[in-house]
Design a protein around this ligand. Structure first.
Ligand code: SAH
Length: 265
């Protein structure tokens, strides 16, 4: 990667990371999930003006009314404090079903969209997902939710400023199973492959072949993709299942995500 970037802190790999060679974080190490009850986490003043867990529960209740049925996704979203991932000026909107700016022209996805994609990714299974790759860390919110639902999460961001912001946002959660990577997610992250799930938070013209290559047989990819020449500028949510027989693609509803871009910045 570009030589001008400062080295990543030791506990987290840079990109590409030598996961297999790193004694501090061997890829197949026993994953220790640190799960602290939200109320025991160090609190910082947030100006929410109300008990944030009650507001979060109300957000989750609305998601449930809108048709979200996966109780594990609902539970994860009731734990992760979305207001900690947005600027203090936007804290009061943190539990509304709206996307919000996170800087550098990017947005944190709407809770309704995050929950929908996670529900699709999990396919209603009872157990946790295995290793998952997220493209587009942004502020780190969805990575934190994924951390509750998956054994291991690799999340890639191409903008250094947001990668650093996500690291800062996630620090207090101490999610040992969430690994933030700085790099071009269009190349996936081969060192962590194969993935039980791949989820993209930015939409391109097509699904990069390497994502499909890095998906495990039995795995599922969920990504926004340009709807095609007939509908310029529009995106649809696409689900790809990799089976012994090959790839099966299902086009779901229209969505609106920031563009998937190549390279780092
Ligand atoms: N899941 C994020 C959403 C962030 S928006 C959250 O919870 O906040 C999507 C992100 O994808 C943006 O930060 C954008 O910079 C990033 N992105 C776009 N193309 C990318 C690429 N090729 N590799 C990695 N990240 C990319």
């Amino acid at each position: 990667m570009a030589g001008s970037h400062k080295p990543a802190p030791k506990a987290r790999p840079g990109f590409p990371a030598r996961l297999d060679a790193s004694p501090s974080m061997p890829l197949r190490s026993t994953v220790s999930l640190v799960r602290q009850p939200v109320n025991s986490l160090p609190q910082r003043p947030v100006g929410l003006g109300m008990d944030s867990s009650a507001v979060r529960l109300s957000m989750v209740a609305k998601l449930s009314q809108q048709g979200l049925t996966d109780t594990q996704v609902l539970a994860a979203m009731s734990v992760i404090e979305r207001h900690r991932f947005v600027d203090s000026a936007l804290v009061n909107q943190a539990y509304e079903d709206t996307s919000l700016p996170i800087g550098m022209g990017q947005t944190i996805s709407k809770p309704g969209v995050v929950s929908r994609m996670l529900e699709l990714l999990r396919q209603g299974r009872a157990e946790r997902l295995g290793r998952v790759l997220e493209i587009g860390t942004g502020c780190g919110y969805q990575a934190a939710v994924l951390g509750q639902l998956c054994v291991e999460v690799y999340s890639i961001e191409r903008l250094r400023g947001l990668h650093d912001k996500a690291r800062e946002n996630l620090r207090h959660l101490r999610l040992a199973n969430v690994h933030l990577l700085f790099g071009d997610g269009m190349q996936g992250y081969a060192k962590g492959a194969p993935y039980a799930g791949i989820i993209a938070a930015a939409g391109g013209e097509a699904i990069p072949q390497c994502w499909l290559d890095q998906l495990a047989v039995g795995g599922r990819l969920v990504a926004p993709v340009a709807a095609g020449a007939q509908s310029p500028g529009r995106q649809a949510l696409v689900v790809v299942d990799k089976t012994e027989q090959g790839l099966r693609q299902t086009v779901m509803e229209a969505v609106h995500f920031v563009p998937l871009k190549s390279g780092i910045a």
